[in-house]
Design a protein around this ligand. Structure first.
Ligand code: ACM
Ligand code: ZN
Length: 739
């Protein structure tokens, strides 16, 4: 039977053991994400046929059509819709009060039929999502599947979310994603029961929302670069209406983020009078945080804000309007006579208090329109805000408790756990991504402690953030094997998945019911669903089930696959495995764990980075931060440029020392001239190391940086060659000299 597909590998063993009690095997193998509140096993299976009908209560027509269309794509059947729930094979019922919790549902599957009972339309939609997870994974395909038995185990699921706010922020300003991609993102959020999409529509690098009263915002502010090569784009108001309608069926509320007073250079480029100086700027083509703020002192800029927000409110039905508010640098306000006049008039002490003043003005404006202001935590940290607002806590998460004591609410989006623009690992070869904090593994994301941020009633929920700084127009993205096209959308998916599934459970499931090993076991079955949806994801490394010390201090590794149906391939000589390396079939013993690598292979072109143990560099502390390593494969026997990234190691203007330290091999590494690049701009050049003849074998170069820019990638290029052969390995460190 086709449903055996999801029970391969260790699941097949479970099936064989419990072959006589199929319902028990199924119940243990539902693998639902997010984990529901309660599941009761039934007897047997429901099998969908072409004759099945979908009945629905009057208010559920859109949900019924959604289910009909989704099942139609993969089964090829045009299931009949019946506008009466009671008389159908699959019944969608709306029964407020029966489930007792907003967005809650009860899903009953019996061999005879299926009933989804929702507290509200959101609840019905989530009952449908859980039902889809019970069917074979092919149900997610948008192409007709053949030879699939469309069966679902008999079961009753009682479920409701732990938090009302289960969000994602998508930065469409730094990189303009076509509306079709936004729809796909909404689909993926909905599949995992996320219900709020904060669209970051405005930033220094682009204005993405059509505003009829200010056409230059999109004629000028949506585009960067010169005419022939200009990049960017924007959503027309019709596009936005289309997205809102698409999201509404999927129980996703789109919350527009109209960012000010900072991150608004794109508007200032279009209308220079919006800023304190009135100077003309250009829309930046690379990551950049402008010091130019919206001038609070000019009536014209406040009127601009009022007009923009009027059109925004008219367009978006969301109960919330996000006003951004993060990362303002107040130097312009400090020297602006108009802004200073407001400071005087309002009796404020300093320029930053003006932000609090502005937040109050706008929160009142929005209250009159029955909308609640949401903004980054800064809106609550720049003086008293009198109207209740909602802060998205990304940085000073501990301030939640203080701020929410004064009547405000919080959404938790700590950058340490919920920023998906950070990579998952620091394994060499990992995709280029944000570097200002350590990587965020799926386990770390899943481990976010929601209950730590009391009082509970003020925490609306949890939100993931996907910033696009790394994808800004013009940035050349690193090619990685599993993505066949070097397109930013694929990277966005690679970085978002599977972490979005961890976020889903953090936000939906009560903290006490969360358990990482259990989640990770269920997760292994979800990659096939992502494949069926055509959604890219980061392939997880194999799980290390055991690492034991055996004779002579050698280590024995026992691995399990992180993806159902994937194989594990490994090496023990320090090289990275390929799709041709030996297949793992049982425990592997190695003398040195840093020589052991293993990868998850989904297909010949789709595989993970290796299990990687970062070497212990504490003995090299005086040389600064580990930056790169060379291995025989990198080194040639003739002089050739070797380029490696040092973003994050170059951290401000000043003097630096870079040291090359040989660690093993027959041959010595010879080094010639060295260049430091800021992206493609040459910043420093050292013709030859002054200490390449040092007797400890190390080679050090010194250079100065005077044009540092945060968020910009830095690279070293050095002439290198192996003397007499390429059998040489070593480490590179960078140290910033004390000023
Ligand atoms: C932020 O990351 N600046 C909200
Ligand atoms: Zn000003």
């Amino acid at each position: 039977m086709k449903h055996d597909i999801i029970l391969r590998g260790k699941r097949l063993v479970a099936l064989l053991v419990t072959i006589c009690s199929l319902s028990t095997a199924w119940a243990g193998e539902l693998n639902l994400i997010p984990k529901p509140l309660r599941v009761e096993e039934g007897e047997g299976h429901f099998v969908l046929t072409a004759k099945a009908t979908i009945g629905y209560d009057a208010a559920l027509e859109e949900q019924a059509e959604y289910l009909q269309q989704l099942l139609g794509q993969s089964t090829g059947w045009d299931l009949t819709l019946k506008p009466e729930a009671r008389k159908a094979t699959i019944r969608l019922e709306l029964k407020p009060g029966e489930v007792g919790h907003p967005e809650g549902y009860r899903l009953t599957v019996t061999p005879k039929g299926i009933t989804v009972t929702g507290e509200d339309r959101g609840g019905v939609f989530y009952g449908i999502q859980t039902l889809l997870q019970l069917f074979p994974t092919e149900v997610y395909s948008d192409r007709r599947q053949h030879d699939v038995v469309w069966s679902a185990p008999a079961v009753t699921v009682y479920d409701a979310p732990n938090r009302p706010w289960r969000g994602m922020m998508l930065d469409v300003a730094r990189y303009f994603y076509h509306k079709d991609f936004v729809k796909k993102y909404i689909d993926m959020m909905a599949m995992y029961k996320l219900n709020k999409l904060q669209l970051h529509l405005i930033d220094d690098s682009g204005w993405r929302l059509e505003i009829k009263k200010y056409p230059r915002l999109t004629e000028v502010g949506a585009w960067a670069g010169t005419d022939a090569k200009r990049l960017g784009g924007y959503y027309t108001q019709e596009d936005i209406k289309e997205l809102i309608a698409y999201a509404q069926v999927r129980n996703v509320e789109i919350i527009p983020e109209i960012e000010f007073p900072a991150h608004i250079l794109s508007a200032i480029v279009a209308y220079p009078w919006l800023s304190c100086t009135g100077l003309q700027h250009e829309v930046p083509t690379q990551h950049f945080i402008s010091k130019d703020l919206l001038c609070v002192g000019k009536e014209s800029s406040i009127q601009f804000l009022r007009d923009i927000l009027d059109e925004t409110v008219a367009l978006f039905p969301s109960a919330y309007i996000n006003i951004g508010g993060d990362e303002a640098n107040y130097v312009r306000w400090e020297s602006c006579p108009h802004c200073q006049a407001i400071i005087q008039r309002e009796g404020l002490k300093k320029a930053s208090d003006l932000q609090g003043y502005l937040t109050n003005v706008v929160a009142e404006m929005m209250k009159e329109k029955n909308r609640t202001v949401v903004g980054w935590e800064e809106i609550l940290l720049r003086g008293e805000v009198k109207t209740p607002v909602v802060g998205v806590f990304w940085h000073n998460v501990a301030d939640t408790i203080e701020a929410t004591k004064t009547g405000h609410k919080a959404i938790l989006s700590p950058a340490t756990h919920m920023y998906f623009d950070f990579p998952e690992s620091s394994t060499p070869g990992e995709v280029k991504a944000a570097t200002w904090m350590p990587p965020i593994s799926v386990e770390k994301c899943y481990g976010m402690e929601v209950n730590d941020y009391s009082p509970e009633s003020t925490v609306l929920g949890v939100q993931g953030c996907f910033w696009s700084d790394q994808f800004i127009h013009g940035t050349v993205l690193q090619e990685i094997d599993c993505l066949d096209e070097n397109r930013s959308e694929n990277y966005a998916e690679y970085l978002t998945f599977p972490r979005l599934l961890a976020l889903s459970e953090v936000a939906w499931t009560p903290q006490a019911a969360r358990n990482y090993p259990d989640f990770s076991y269920r997760l292994a079955t979800h990659f096939a669903r992502l494949d069926a949806k055509g959604c890219h994801y980061r392939v997880p490394e194999p799980h290390i089930e055991k690492m034991e010390t055996v004779d002579n201090g050698a280590l024995r590794f026992t691995l399990t696959p992180a993806i159902d149906q994937a194989v594990i391939r490994y090496t023990t000589d320090g090289s990275y495995p390929t799709v041709h390396s030996p297949i793992y079939t049982g425990p592997v013993t190695v003398a040195d764990k840093s020589d052991f690598h293993a990868i998850t292979v989904v297909t010949d072109t789709h595989y993970s980075l290796p299990i990687y143990f970062a070497p212990d560099y504490s003995a090299y502390k005086p040389y600064g931060e580990f930056t790169a390593e060379w291995k025989p494969l990198i080194v040639q026997t003739q002089k050739a440029p070797w380029r490696f990234e040092c973003t994050g190691k170059i951290a401000g203007n000043g003097d630096y020392v870079i040291t090359f330290i040989p660690t093993k091999g027959e041959n010595s590494l010879q080094l010639g001239g060295l260049k430091l690049y800021k992206r493609d701009e040459l910043l420093a050049e050292v013709a030859q190391s002054s200490t390449s003849d040092s007797n400890d074998g190390t080679t050090a170069y010194r250079f100065s940086v005077d044009a540092f820019e945060a968020g910009t990638p830095f690279f070293i290029e050095v002439e290198a060659w192996g003397e007499g052969g390429n059998d040489t390995s070593g480490l590179v460190f960078i140290r910033k000299e004390a000023q």
